[in-house]
Design a protein. Structure first.
Length: 247
C-alpha cells in the first residue's frame, strides 16, 4: 500500500498527461492517488486537465482522491454568487473560462471591462452562467465533490497547509487546509508527513531544475511555475516528474 500525491497542475495538460502516463504503471489496486488541488487557472488547458483526471480515475484500480485548492474554492464561490469576483480578478480565471468557451470568456471580459469600480463593491453581477453552462456535468460534479484534506497511513495530504497547533485533521479549519497558514512548515511537529501544494516554494538547484521543498516533516510539491509537474510516493518518497514544459 502506498500514497501518491500530485502537486498543483494549473491548466498545464501536457505536463499532466506525461506524469499520469508514469503513474498508470505505478499505482496499484491497494494504493491511493491524491491530487492536491489547483487544477485550473494560469495555464490554457484547464478543461483538458479535468478530462485527463477523470480518465485516469477510470483507468486505474487505485483509490483516487481530489482535494480542493484555493483556485477551485474561489471558483465555487462564484458559482454560488455571480456578484463575487475575487476568482476573476485574483486568479487569472479568464484562462480557465476560455478553455471551456471562447464566447463565455469574451462576454465575461466585456462585462468586466464595462463594470468598472462596481466590481470592487460587489454590487454587479457578471454573466458567469455562460461559463458554467458550457461546463460538462461531469466536471461540475468533480468540482463540487472536492474535499479539503485526506489522511492515509502514510501521510496527511492538504492543499495549502494546516494549523500546527491542532492535532487532528478533522479539527482543522477548512480555510487553513485550502489556503494554508504562514510558517506552518517550520512549526509543524506532528508524527506524520504533511504533503502540500499551493506555495510555489520549490527548491531550485544550480541546474534550474525544481525539486520538492522539504522542511522537517513537510513536503511541498508545487513546482509547476517552473514548467515541471511533480508527484511523490509515500512512504518511500520516490519522486515522479514531467519534463519541463513551456508556460
Amino acid at each position: 500500500m502506498a500514497t501518491i500525491a500530485v502537486g498543483d497542475i494549473h491548466g498545464h495538460a501536457a505536463a499532466l498527461d506525461e506524469l499520469l502516463d508514469q503513474l498508470r504503471s505505478e499505482a496499484g489496486s491497494d494504493d491511493t492517488v491524491v491530487f492536491l488541488g489547483d487544477y485550473i487557472d494560469r495555464g490554457p488547458d484547464a478543461r483538458a486537465c479535468i478530462d485527463a483526471i477523470l480518465q485516469f480515475k477510470s483507468d486505474v484500480r487505485s483509490e483516487v482522491v481530489c482535494l480542493c485548492g484555493n483556485h477551485e474554492d474561489w471558483m465555487l464561490r462564484t458559482l454560488r454568487d455571480s456578484r463575487r469576483h475575487s476568482w476573476l480578478m485574483g486568479m487569472e480565471a479568464l484562462d480557465t473560462i476560455r478553455s471551456y468557451s471562447v464566447d463565455a470568456e469574451r462576454a465575461i471580459h466585456d462585462a468586466m471591462s464595462g463594470a468598472g469600480l462596481q466590481l470592487f463593491v460587489g454590487s454587479c453581477a457578471l454573466p458567469y452562467d455562460l461559463f458554467f453552462a458550457a461546463m460538462p456535468d461531469a466536471h461540475r460534479v468533480f468540482f463540487e465533490r472536492l474535499i479539503p484534506a485526506h489522511e492515509t497511513d502514510d501521510c496527511v495530504c492538504v492543499h495549502g497547509g494546516l494549523d500546527p497547533r491542532v492535532v487532528r485533521i478533522e479539527d482543522q479549519a477548512r480555510d487553513g487546509l485550502i489556503w494554508g497558514t504562514h510558517g506552518f512548515q517550520e512549526q509543524y511537529a506532528g508524527e506524520k508527513t504533511v504533503v502540500y501544494g499551493h506555495w510555489n516554494n520549490a527548491d531550485v538547484g544550480a541546474d534550474a531544475w525544481p525539486k520538492p521543498r522539504i522542511i522537517g516533516r513537510t513536503i511541498g510539491l508545487d513546482t509547476i511555475a517552473h514548467g515541471v509537474l511533480s508527484a511523490m510516493r509515500f512512504p518511500d518518497q520516490r519522486l515522479f516528474q514531467s519534463a519541463r514544459h513551456t508556460l
